[in-house]
Design a binder for this molecule. Sequence first.
Ligand code: FES
Ligand SMILES: [Fe+2]
Length: 420
Amino acid sequence: MTKRREIRAAAARPAFILSGSQAGGLRRRIDRFALATMFHHTTRLPHILPPQAYVADDQFRREVAALFRDAPLCVATTMELAKPGDFLTMDLLGKPLQLRNVDGEIRAYSNVCAHRHCLLTSRTTGNSPKLRCQYHGWEYDADGKTAHIPQPKNFVPFDRDQDRLGRYRAETCGRLVFVTLGDDAPTLRERLGENFEPLAERFDERWASSWTWQTTLDVNWKIPIENSLEGYHIPAVHPETFKVAPTADRTTHVLETEWTLYRTPYVAPSAAERALFAVERRALRILRRTPSAGYSHYHFFPNLLVSSSDMFSLAVSVLPVSPTRTELRVRQFTYRGVDPNPIGRFVSAFWSRLNRFLARKVLAEDFSIYPAIQRGLAASDRAGCLGTIEERVHAFQAYVAAHTQYAAGPSTADSAARLS
Ligand code: FES
Ligand SMILES: [Fe+2]
């Protein structure tokens, strides 16, 4: 395992300080937090991936094969499959898939019948007691083997091992459900390593689901990922919602080989946001949660983005569909606490709506810039570059380049030549 690159350097005390007697403890926490700051790099960085990597078919195929086939892909929550017989269907990397609750256990099957290849069901969600094909009525058991075939004499001699449904690995972390398409891939726990338990806690029973949403965008999958990895665009793209990005002295970047992290203490530059922060602190007291006053954003390579604060956890799974088409599956939770009283439930429900409203607004602002990025990448003859504030983008591009077998060299022109 590579040594974690986390710079800890003394930095100026953050300008944001709460007023009032209650602020003392929080201020100390923020000051401690702010000591872990500054970027890893001090000079500009190459834009490792050439523009063609965001449009080219061959690069897309390499990425799907090298990055996604063996990766646990976050596709749902257990709440969406709460009862035995509940199912969800989706296309995952071009494979029709059915997720089912089988007697309390979540399992993933191919949604393609072993008889004559019809989709077992065309519904996207529902409940059916049996895993049954809609065309001729073949039924399958929990292992994907045939359980019932109408007029079975037509099919003798029958091969139950061959004529069975494909299965995929389904795993959970907290109430997030992951599916892995590759047979011999590492487990979800192996992939997440030290982050498994913290992530599970972020999505456990103390959190209420506040938003479940998916959409498809006409962009390469790396565009939403890279957009989320830097706050440099905040003043231009989010002038109303965020206004300013935290500066380097309020930022911690962790750059690992399989994931990166951005952390910042809570920043409230405007009176309105300070007021919101004060209300949030009251909500946390009602829900008996100790404030940490921090915001964090994880990127688990290749495609899972998890952002969180004291009151919300947001998982965004970015799933490639084609070189210029991407599905986003968004699952947001709001803190509810353990056994909340009526006031706590009211506060949590209120915060759920607020979190959903804010997340929708911020995502819509980001989505509005994607077509311009995709169009520019398709036409660009420039190498591009990255600033130190964008070093998480650089780390991600290095990961993509290393796994798709063209060198992450210092020159983007070099990478472009290898790709073409
Ligand atoms: S195609 Fe499914 S039962 Fe015939
Ligand atoms: Fe953004």
